[in-house]
Design a protein around this ligand. Structure first.
Ligand SMILES: [Mn+2]
Length: 472
């Protein structure tokens, strides 16, 4: 069964009765008459499989059975001469299992007919086309108003439903993710093989991305981060314009997208031959935390726990490396680790590199289950611009910070946090010189199974020994 049909079956089981309105992405202008390459909206793709822009879908669900009404661009020989093939209503029915297909221009008129008598309507409030829907739904009230103009419909948010579905990957989705991961691994190995001093970051990106495309990737999962030396300390570095220097490390966070599913891999390796002893020390600490994190991807555990364990492990490492002034407990409770590890340990992975799905359910951390896929990506970044750091001596309980942010909103809470920190006493600490400018992140994609964690990207070398076997 194809993915979208299975997804609609699952959605219909949840909704039982009602209508789902969902819209495709739109083409975006890059400059003048040049468009950005189009990529379908992930939720729309998930439920319909339809690859083209300017489309709408109405999924009618009755007693958990569903009908797909697809509104798509009309075929047009003149247009197709310029822009390529348009699939049209014929293919919508034949290849995409639409019950009925219409011209995209008929959406608003047909929508009213399709919704007649339906009381539960599911919409994505964030979608730009929701305003069109809202125009027709504004007379939807969940009680008997006056006369025939008003429907008895109630409007529900669609995204939580789809997010829950997308969180658990089907067999077919896992196959696609595995292919994306395999291709990504090949690209990373190519980068390790071809990186030499004096090359530019973009040249390494080109060698790697060629392997992605050669192996069937349609596009990148996200812009490649190819960060030499100190650039590795910039988390979303992606200009990739600088030259690689002998003796420094290269951090590459890059992945292929295959049939809309993205991998997400980071490797850090020496630009020439071998790690220095300082680089090796720092690298092995991150690797230790990463292996620990991977081991934590088991049913019943939570990503909150995995993150906590990662922080403990990295904090101990920071103490041992001389990066922080106090012991492990204080490094954690005063969040001194945050100076060097300032992001999460992982995120869901699927159609989107930061995939759909909440990390909490009913206010509690979500338990990992078979079929969930997450990244595990600890790092330590020692910024070259901060050879001496003044660490504030103040307890920072993440639970309290989280609660306060929820109560006061981020802006207000952040201002109070900044105030508290600036009022606190500080301790001055000198960072070991040999570590300045080193940034290491190691990232793999982990499928949670009943038998434990399954590392989909384990073939990308990551022990010092395995990496140096390629780079030397
Ligand atoms: Mn990631």
């Amino acid at each position: 069964m194809n993915n979208s049909l299975e997804a609609r079956n699952n959605l219909a089981k949840k909704i039982k009765n009602g209508a789902v309105l969902i819209h495709s992405g739109h083409t975006q202008t890059r400059n003048n008459d040049v468009l950005h390459p189009f990529r379908q909206n992930s939720n729309f793709y998930y439920l319909t499989g339809w690859p083209e822009p300017e489309a709408h879908a109405v999924i009618i669900v009755k007693d958990s059975q569903h009908e797909l009404h697809l509104f798509v661009k009309d075929r047009n020989e003149e247009r197709e001469t310029w822009d390529g093939k348009i699939l049209g209503q014929g293919e919508a029915i034949e290849k995409y299992n639409a019950t009925k297909a219409y011209s995209t221009y008929d959406y608003s008129t047909e929508l009213q007919k399709l919704l007649a008598g339906i009381t539960d309507v599911y919409c994505d409030y964030n979608d730009i086309d929701f305003s069109t829907d809202a125009y027709y739904l504004k007379k939807a009230v969940p009680y008997d108003q006056r006369g025939g103009q008003f429907s008895l419909a109630t409007i529900y948010p669609l995204s939580p439903l789809i997010s829950e579905l997308r969180l658990i990957k089907s067999k077919r989705e896992i196959e696609l993710l595995k292919t994306a991961c395999d291709i990504t691994v090949l690209g990373h190995i190519e980068a390790m093989k071809t990186t030499t001093p004096k090359k530019y970051e973009y040249q390494v990106a080109a060698e790697m991305e060629k392997v992605f495309y050669d192996n069937g990737a349609e596009r990148l999962g996200y812009p490649s981060i190819v960060a030499g030396g100190k650039n590795s300390c910039i988390l979303h570095y992606s200009t990739n314009r600088e030259v690689l220097n002998e003796g420094e490390l290269l951090l590459i966070d890059a992945a292929a997208e295959f049939e809309m599913y993205s991998s997400d891999v980071t490797r850090t390796f020496p630009i020439h031959k071998k790690f220095s002893s300082a680089q090796k020390d720092l690298y092995n600490e991150v690797l230790k935390a990463q292996n620990l994190g991977i081991d934590g991807v088991v049913e019943g555990n939570t990503m909150r726990n995995v993150h906590k364990d990662t922080i403990s492990s990295l904090s101990e490492s920071m103490v041992n490396l001389g990066l922080v002034p106090l012991g492990v407990d204080d490094t954690i409770s005063m969040a001194h680790f945050f100076e060097f590890f300032m992001h999460g340990t992982g995120h869901w992975l699927g159609l989107d590199v930061h995939d759909a799905g909440s990390y909490e359910t009913d206010g509690k951390p979500r338990k990992l289950k078979e079929g969930m896929v997450t990244t595990i990506e600890p790092g330590i970044y020692v910024r070259p611009t901060k050879p001496v750091i003044e660490f504030p001596l103040i307890e920072r309980d993440p639970e309290q910070i989280r609660k306060r942010r929820q109560q006061l909103g981020l802006t207000k809470a952040a201002a109070i946090e900044a105030e508290e920190i600036s009022n606190a006493k500080t301790i001055k600490h000198e960072i070991p010189k040999e570590l300045l400018g080193i940034g290491v992140r190691i990232e793999d994609d982990i499928l949670c199974t009943t038998e434990g964690p399954s590392n989909l990207t384990e073939k990308a070398p990551k022990t010092i020994e395995d990496i140096e076997a390629i780079t030397s």
